[in-house]
Design a protein around this ligand. Sequence first.
Ligand SMILES: Cc1cc2nc3c(=O)[nH]c(=O)nc-3n(C[C@H](O)[C@H](O)[C@H](O)COP(=O)(O)O)c2cc1C
Length: 344
Amino acid sequence: MTEFESFFRNDLIEASFAAAVESTTAGVVISNSDLTDNPIVYGNPAFEKLSGYEKPEFIGRNCRFLQGADTSPDAVAAIKRSIEEKRSITLRLLNYRKNGSTFWNELTISPVMVSDQGLAGFVGVQRDVTAEIAAQRTLTEKVEILQSTSASLEQARAELLSAANYDALTGLATRRLFDERLSQSLSRSSRTNEPVAIVLMDLDGFKAVNDRFGHAAGDNVLRMAATRMREQVRDCDTLTRLGGDEFVLLVDTGVTAESVQIVSSRIQKVFDRGFDLETNRVKLGISMGVALFPDQCGSPDGLVRLADSRMYEDKRKKHSGDARPFLIEPIPMTTQGIGPTTDF
Ligand SMILES: Cc1cc2nc3c(=O)[nH]c(=O)nc-3n(C[C@H](O)[C@H](O)[C@H](O)COP(=O)(O)O)c2cc1C
């Protein structure tokens, strides 16, 4: 007999242990493994309360009567293995009360070893954790909702940012992004002395296209023009649609008067080809005004103003006679030409 067992056999202590098990709020059952099918030989009042069964209804039965259709077979198999191997196990499984209602049982089963007899049976301690599991599930659901809300918020934020920075019609930068990049370029230029150029551009004859063919056709021309212009500039240059048919190019690397002249003529050239609209081909020009920082102007506002006045000067010259005409002509090879070339 161990020291613990001789201590336990003291009558007073034994009575205290029995009273403690009787009064604890956890369910406690003891089985006798010497008897067939490991039947319950003791169950405390908390177990009666938890299961809804009274002592006469469960003494002598195996505890599996608490299981039902939704009890996990894996959990039951794990219990069976631990009992066969005389090991302790703690797990949570769904159990059924006498009235058929279910509860989540946090169950610990441990072998009861008595030194002179070996295994005497098992003790099972049950705790109803239904409320805890429900709270955990609610929390998990809320976390999932929060995660998906924050993912949609993040997506909405990205969409808003993209809408603010990129023009929906042409995909070019917006005025907002241009202003931001221009101020970055100018402050970098003030430190490094690297020049910055802007090329302000406005289509000639665009209003006539809108008036004659409608806004959808006008939008088409803007899209085609933007695509062609973008093909002429480097990725590091910022090509912007300021609004309507007004564009601006920001160049802040490798800027010389010649390099800006070259990119401007390349952009100008893409307008030599007309823009096809269903049965018609329209030909428009583009007016341009270039301004260089810091050589020609030392302030951001002044830079845009200078480019603007040069662009209007360019446009004015064309309208005063030496401009090429803006034309509408039938698309070659179509059957539905609209007749002879027309000026507008
Ligand atoms: C002491 C003791 C307490 C047990 N308490 C429970 C219990 O509260 N709920 C339960 O579903 N199974 C409980 N079991 C497990 C079953 O009685 C049984 O061992 C399990 O279903 C695996 O065996 P089986 O596959 O033969 O049914 C307990 C087992 C023992 C030995």
